[in-house]
Design a protein around this ligand. Structure first.
Ligand SMILES: O=C(O)CCC(=O)C(=O)O
Ligand SMILES: [Fe+2]
Length: 353
């Protein structure tokens, strides 16, 4: 394939004909390539470089210090190389995950909601550089969702961002070791769980994505019985995502596939190790924990995904042995999800007239 298509985001989205044309172009790029690039602004680039330097400092810390950045309340924190498994095989990056950073005093943490808690930062400097970068990407995510709504010709350009107010956005910072004589596996083929994946990488290279293939059946990864982990791993086509300075790459996650009834597909991707260590960021722009997503296209409009349940299921599936998962089981924290779903789906009370 030639270079990926690259777009520049406008200052703000008004719904103008230029915005609509851009929205259509983004949709078309995803439907043909599975991914596109966005040119970053100088502020975004500064935030990225600061987060990258801070992350390199973090990963150089002694293993015991990194391993102590762990929480049994939230999935934020350190993931050691080999802890994550995709389709039964160990993946090789070490990772720092940042989920919503909620103080012990917040209502949901006090009540014991699953996945809710403070992020176990190694220090204040790492926290501020990561939060600053995530805030920049949050603005990119919101603009993209407005453009996507316009590109899908939804009657209201706010349809998708109505799901993401106080969204459960999260981020993975990944350090991949250089390949060795025993392995070149980075991460096995998978799809990501949410609406949008906004990724950036250094100059080393290793990410591959699978473009849409006409007639190919794609799994619905949000269903227990249709995990996309490991699918197509050894089957072409895969597109190498060439490192390009000063761009983000963007592709759809599972929830966008669900919302669009498969018009947009959650892009499968995998990572191969290279001859040098590699750093990458994967930012996930997500619905609010309590949001209920229903398809905006297609004939299945009355099906739904409760986002908090989906996130919790996916992380429990990914980290069955993590202390966070064990505490969810031990304290029956899933009962909170059941209660939230009951509140949404309980039939309206009938009053005699
Ligand atoms: O290494 C990358 O570029 C992507 C990482 C990834 O797929 C993930 O963290 O889910
Ligand atoms: Fe991923």
């Amino acid at each position: 394939m030639t270079a990926l298509q690259t777009f520049v985001l406008p200052e703000c989205i008004t719904g103008s004909s230029a915005d609509k044309a851009l929205g259509h172009a983004l949709i078309k790029a995803w439907q043909t390539d599975g991914i596109f690039q966005i040119t970053s602004t100088p502020d975004q680039e500064l935030a990225l470089q600061s987060a990258l330097q801070a992350s390199k400092r973090f990963f150089k810390m002694p293993h015991a210090v990194k391993a102590s950045c762990l929480s049994d309340l939230s999935y934020s924190g350190y993931v050691f190389s080999g802890e994550e498994v995709t389709a039964g095989e160990r993946d090789n990056p070490e990772i720092f995950t940042v989920c919503k950073d909620l103080p012990h005093t917040s209502e949901q943490v006090q009540q014991g909601w699953p996945c809710h808690g403070p992020a176990p930062w190694p220090d204040a400097d790492y926290k501020s550089s990561m939060q600053n970068y995530m805030d920049e990407l949050g603005l990119v995510g919101e603009k993209l969702l407005e453009l996507v709504a316009l590109g899908l010709e939804l009657p209201d350009k706010n349809t998708l961002i109505s799901l993401t107010k106080n969204g459960w956005h999260h981020m993975r910072v990944l350090r991949f070791p250089a390949e060795s004589s025993s392995t070149s596996r980075g991460i096995g083929a998978h799809t990501d769980y949410g609406l949008l994946v906004i990724a950036s990488q250094d100059d080393v290279g290793g990410l591959y994505i699978r473009p849409p293939v006409p007639g190919e059946k794609r799994n619905r990864n949000w269903l227990q019985s249709e995990s996309s982990a490991g699918q197509f791993e050894h089957q072409e086509p895969w597109t190498f995502v060439k490192p390009v300075p000063r761009v983000f790459t963007v592709f759809p996650g599972d929830i966008l596939q669900f919302l669009t009834d498969g018009l947009l597909l959650s892009t499968p991707h995998k990572v191969k190790l290279n001859t040098r260590e590699r750093f990458a960021f994967a930012y996930f722009h997500e619905p609010h924990f309590e949001a209920v997503a229903r398809p905006v296209l297609g004939s299945e409009r009355d099906t739904s995904i409760h986002y908090g349940e989906h996130f919790t299921n996916m992380f429990m599936r990914c980290y069955p042995e993590r202390t966070t998962t064990k505490r969810i089981h031990r304290e029956n924290r899933l009962a909170h999800i059941e209660r939230l779903k009951d509140e949404v789906f309980r039939p309206q009370q009938q009053y005699p007239n």
